[in-house]
Design a protein. Structure first.
Ligand code: ADP
Length: 727
């Protein structure tokens, strides 16, 4: 495996694991939220118009409920503690003077809208803001087994008095007439409410006679003390899971982002994402700092997140992409930086503004402008800058969703659940987008890798083959060199022998002290003649062999009757045998000419050589059989072959030497010193046979004789057809 492909595999594995962990986390989270979001409340019943929303965190008996639309709301001045008490004394069916036509907002607060009509008292307070200044009343009927429940108010501003069953149980803050002075917001926890006959009447009087700001900022929550711990536990668990989710998302995203250029940008974006989660989750739940500080940190985070998103989308595009944004670049940075500074300065210098509804509107405007600008930038740029356009667009929309979730002010448990689902779905979408792109890129890489691997494999095979060829050629060259040396030494030896003999006779004749007799002269000259014939034969053999083996030597094929050719030779050598004890036989089919395609001169050399050898290597009374026939083996030369078999009962060839008889200068051990020969004949024969596409082999047993098989591919036509050809 190449290091690159192993890296790729490792990365793939990490991505796989991250994705798996992400999936498991999402599933577990979804199930957890589904499980805790069951409506199974049975602890409270309704006593007043509207419903106590028995909705969240309902696991066991006595688990907490948050009170939303079940509250009756009374503008402050109209409901005094005395009135409550008196009313209760007068009648169990409490009736207070109140506004008619009051509607309940989606937040659960009463809204004195245009239709609201003051029923019986003065007209000082006509309308209530979403901030809960006023008096709230709720009457609960509890399960008899519940000894007491606990009231928690997450955020209450200025001053408030809490009445339970007609008794003031707690008082918070001070009342001020000055608009400029506000009590910091506070968390009221663990207010014990003991039911009388299973009933609890709670009145929260958020007294503020001069300003409409303050009061209950988040809906109160009622729970038994035991379950308060559970709420905290659940919330902590939720936070942990969410953080884990974020971490896995970051890890998964990080691995996936490695295939993209914008890794740093992804980190940046994730940071924003984290900031938002922390802001959204922690802000209403964890009061680290008292009052304004808490709110200030929250708003600062929000303004920063907004500014980050602006910088993020600005950084996505390089300079010079479009003229419009190149020109705007300086101004937009200046304007957005200044806006951010202004907002931050304003809130830090005048924290009281945090309690004004107009601040909410102002924040919303800032966020709206930033997000519209971000989306516009992405839309405009994606026409000019194709890279990552879907990623950028989905990021922009995700940011819009995130920012506007700041303003979703549901009672916070609902808020967490809904928000968590929103985040999860956005995260899944976002991750899927990355994974899709990653997978595509990965597949491309994998493809290229595979192609490269197969190309390398092919090349390696090719190189190995070439290498083997080279090695083989090298061996052959070495062998040839060896053979050449051997040939040279053989040739020089075989040439020197007759020359030495001839020189010997010449010297004998020259140095003779007495004149030689005629017989002696004839004897010497005839010996010299024999030796020179021997030399001539050797030289001609050498020439022929060299020619045969050269590429230029072509054979001229024509139809030949093997039977006729061998028969002619038989007659010649049969005649030679006459007067000796040697016998020669010839066998051939009568009705078959045994036609082949060949070069007659060269084939003559083949048969002659084998016949002469047969005569040479047999004893005085040797028997030589020459047979011509069709070769009946279908595996031989396409099943249509003709054979000439020359058989003798001579000296034979030792079994271990048979394979070498066709080698140059090879002469078997037993060939005898008295038998003249160059050892070239059979190699000439072999090369002629090779050129004809024929086969030749020897079978022999030492002392018993030898068989030489000469096989050719038979010709397609017969002599009868030949005249037609000649025409
Ligand atoms: P040479 O000129 O020595 O005959 P050839 O190439 O014709 O050379 O033959 C090579 C060798 O093969 C011979 O030296 C001989 O030892 C052996 N040989 C060839 N034909 C026969 C045969 N019919 N019987 C026994 N030995 C043979």
């Amino acid at each position: 495996m190449s290091p690159d492909s192993s890296k790729l595999k490792k990365r793939n594995l990490s991505v796989g694991i991250s994705a798996l962990i992400l999936l498991i986390t999402i599933t577990v989270m979804s199930l957890a939220f589904l499980a805790v979001n069951q409506r199974r409340g049975s602890d409270f019943s309704y006593t007043i118009t509207g419903a106590v929303n028995l909705n969240y965190w309902r696991e066991t008996t006595g688990t907490p409920v948050t009170i939303k639309s079940g509250w009756e709301f009374y503008p402050n001045r109209l409901l005094t503690p005395e009135m409550i008490r008196i009313s209760r004394l007068e009648s169990s069916n409490v009736r207070y003077p109140y506004y008619k036509g009051v509607t309940i907002t989606s937040d659960g607060w009463l809204d004195l809208g245009e239709k609201a009509e003051l029923y019986s008292f003065g007209e000082d307070v006509k309308k209530m803001s979403r901030f809960g200044v006023g008096t709230y009343r709720i009457e609960l009927v509890l399960n008899k087994s519940v000894d007491y429940v606990t009231l928690n108010i997450p955020d209450i501003a200025q001053s408030a008095t809490i009445w339970v069953n007609g008794k003031a149980v707690r008082h918070y803050g001070t009342v001020s007439d000055s608009k400029e002075f506000y009590e910091p917001s506070q968390v009221c926890t663990d207010i014990q409410l003991v039911p009388i006959d299973g009933r609890i009447e709670i009145v929260i009087d958020c007294a503020n006679y001069s300003s409409p700001y303050g009061g209950i900022l988040y809906s109160p929550c009622i729970a038994s003390t035991a379950t308060i711990g559970m709420i905290e536990y659940s919330v902590r668990m939720y936070l942990t899971v969410l953080c884990a989710f974020w971490v896995f998302f970051a890890i998964g995203g990080n691995y996936i982002a490695k295939t993209f250029n914008g890794k740093t940008k992804l980190y940046f974006f994730l940071l924003m994402f984290l900031a938002d989660i922390l802001y959204e989750i922690l802000s209403p739940m964890v009061t680290i700092l008292p009052g304004n500080w808490n709110k200030l940190i929250m708003i600062t985070l929000m303004i920063f997140a907004n500014y980050w998103s602006f910088l993020f989308f600005l950084s996505l595009y390089p300079k010079g992409t479009t003229k419009l944004f190149d020109k705007l670049r300086f101004f937009e940075i200046t304007i957005f930086s200044m806006l951010t500074c202004c907002y931050l300065l304003t809130f830090w210098c005048f924290p009281s503004l945090l309690y004004l509804p107009s601040s909410v509107v102002a924040n919303m405007v800032l966020i709206l402008i930033t997000n519209i600008y971000n989306v516009f930038r992405v839309l405009y740029m994606s026409k000019h800058y194709e890279h990552g356009k879907y990623l950028y667009m989905s990021s922009a929309l995700l940011t819009v969703a995130m920012h506007f979730s700041f303003f979703v002010r549901h009672q916070y448990f609902v808020y967490i659940t809904l928000h968590a689902f929103l985040l999860i779905f956005l995260a899944i979408g976002f991750t899927l987008y990355f994974v899709k792109d990653y997978v595509q890129t990965y597949e491309k890489l994998e493809d290229n890798n595979r192609n490269l691997e197969s190309a390398v494999e092919e090349k390696t095979k090719y190189i190995t083959r070439v290498n083997q060829d080279l090695l083989h050629n090298h061996e052959r060259l070495l062998e040839n060199e060896e053979a050449r040396k051997k040939v040279m030494s053989n040739v020089s030896h075989d040439l020197r022998t007759p020359i030495t003999a001839i020189r010997g006779y010449i010297e004998l004749m020259l140095n003779a002290k007495e004149p030689l007799s005629r017989e002696q002269e004839v004897q010497y000259l005839s010996n010299m003649h024999t030796r020179s014939v021997q030399m001539e034969q050797l030289i001609s053999d050498l020439v022929q062999l060299t020619r045969m083996e050269s590429e230029n030597d072509t054979i001229e094929k024509m139809p030949i009757s093997i039977k006729e050719m061998v028969q002619d030779l038989f007659q010649l050598y049969h005649a030679e045998c006459e007067g000796t004890k040697k016998v020669m036989h010839f066998h051939a089919p009568e009705d078959d000419d045994l036609l082949i395609d060949g070069d007659p001169k060269k084939l003559l050399r083949v048969f002659e050589n084998i016949i002469v050898n047969a005569m040479k290597y047999t004893r005085e009374d040797g028997v030589i059989d020459i047979t011509c026939h069709r070769y009946e083996d279908p595996a031989m030369l396409g099943g249509n072959a003709v054979e000439v078999l020359i058989k003798d009962n001579g000296v034979g060839i030792p079994a271990n030497e048979v394979p070498y008889v066709f080698d140059r200068f090879y002469r078997a051990e037993n060939s005898g010193i008295n038998k003249t020969g160059s050892g070239l004949g059979l190699s000439i024969v072999k090369s002629i046979m090779d050129k004809h596409g024929g086969k030749i082999w020897a079978e022999s047993e030492e002392g018993k004789g030898s068989e030489f098989h000469i096989v050719f591919k038979a010709s397609e036509y017969t002599f009868d057809e030949e005249p037609e050809d000649e025409e």
